[in-house]
Design a protein around this ligand. Sequence first.
Ligand code: AMP
Length: 505
Amino acid sequence: MSRPQPRPWTDHLPDGARGGFTLPEPGTLVGAWTARLAADSDRPLFHHDGRWVDRGAFLEATEEVAGRLHRAGLAVGDRVLVSGEASVDLVVAHVACLRLGLVVVPVNGAYQDPELAHMVGDARPRAALVDHHGWAEALRAMDRHLLVASTSVDLKGGPTPRLDEAGPDAPALVAYTSGTTGQPKGAIHTQASLLAGAHSVVVAWRWTDHDRLLLCLPLFHMHGLGLGLHGTLLVGGSAVLQAGFAPEAVLDALVDQQCSMFFGVPTMYHRLADHPRVGEMGGLRLCVAGSAPLAADLHRRLATEAGVDVLERYGTTETLMLVSNPHDGERRPGSVGIPLPGVEVCLDGVTGEVLARGPNVFSGYWGRPDDHPEALEGGWFHTGDLAEVSDDGYLSIVGRAKELIITGGLNVYPREVEDVLVAHPAVAEAVVAGVPSTEWGEDVVAWVVTVDGADCPTVEDLRAFAAGALASYKLPRRVVDVEALPRNALGKVVRHQLRETADHG
Ligand code: AMP
């Protein structure tokens, strides 16, 4: 690889972001939050299930829950799995853990036992705060020492322990992401990297305490958690929490609760654009899209039909946000914009892999000291995404060096699905790849070579077979029966040749 050459992108940064990027005092996420929320305690903070919770009540609830966790024996540095639908309880539990110095491991509620077991084995949590049916028993069976409670943390109360003492370098979050191998790895974010990640978008998007965010993104992923939730707490704005995405409920709440901002994945924008009431989004100050490419056509459609100039941004679990279209200035369809304040981004070629470094970059993978970004040349994190830059500095993602599929904004790693499919008795070989889909961004498609004499399983068969091992969004939407897989001279499957056959399946 040639030595990365950062481009002089700082000229494009918004006013106030030039010439240095200073994190709010005291340089930790929890410190910055509590400093902000301690004032004006009766200002509304979170809305859920028809009621508002104000700053004072929220902080008090986090202290109460931290007291219970402390009494239960949890100590600084212990990992806690957290998984539930978006609710005030879930947010209180998350913040209480962080204030106590615990390390939150957010988990997707769609995970099946084998996926959960991998996380338990890898992160070695001391406790789990989970709401999903059957999870408590499953988790106890995986680790009989694990303390399991719901996200309302229904444990005995205790005196408020010392809070907000974590330093900037203390681990705060382990966010699982699969990398290219199909084995999920836990990206460690510290108090400081989470703060930097939230602060850079606060600056760039001119997010203030007058903003109200409609937050219906899942809170196990960085888009909803690291941006939506952490940003709201950092500016002391407010957020309407919705568990899951329902266009009707989103449009109702935008108006009824006078929201000013909406964050969504492209699939959500696609559904909203098809809704007869899409024009009601026109009153929003800011709509942000990310986690997968927003089709340029959809961007234009939302502009003409709803008067919404969606701001697309780009980032990864490991780095939080890296690049964003400008708040003031052209938001270019098909481009993810310019580097965010405090972030250095470069490409390792004209069309090259995106490399990034900055205070927002994670500090390594949990339990894998050799797989560390600092070990890379100059501390640059290799995102695995391929991009190009226009003459005026706008970055466009043109592909992925890695084989990750993104469907409905959720990541699917082909290897993980392939490993399950090949266990089917009629399947000799299976390869999984994403093919473009207007609705989902990409569809998970499986190409299957059957064992001699067997009929190719139908998509329903394969989905039913894999449903116990994989979250439903990872299951193939199509199956293509092939005689043999196209391979290159090195024996690697040539995925782009497979994709060309997707429509004939
Ligand atoms: P995650 O770690 O789940 O946040 O997924 C990160 C991946 O999502 C990136 O490496 C990109 O491949 C993809 N991604 C995120 N935002 C965008 C975007 N605006 N355009 C294209 N790809 C994106």
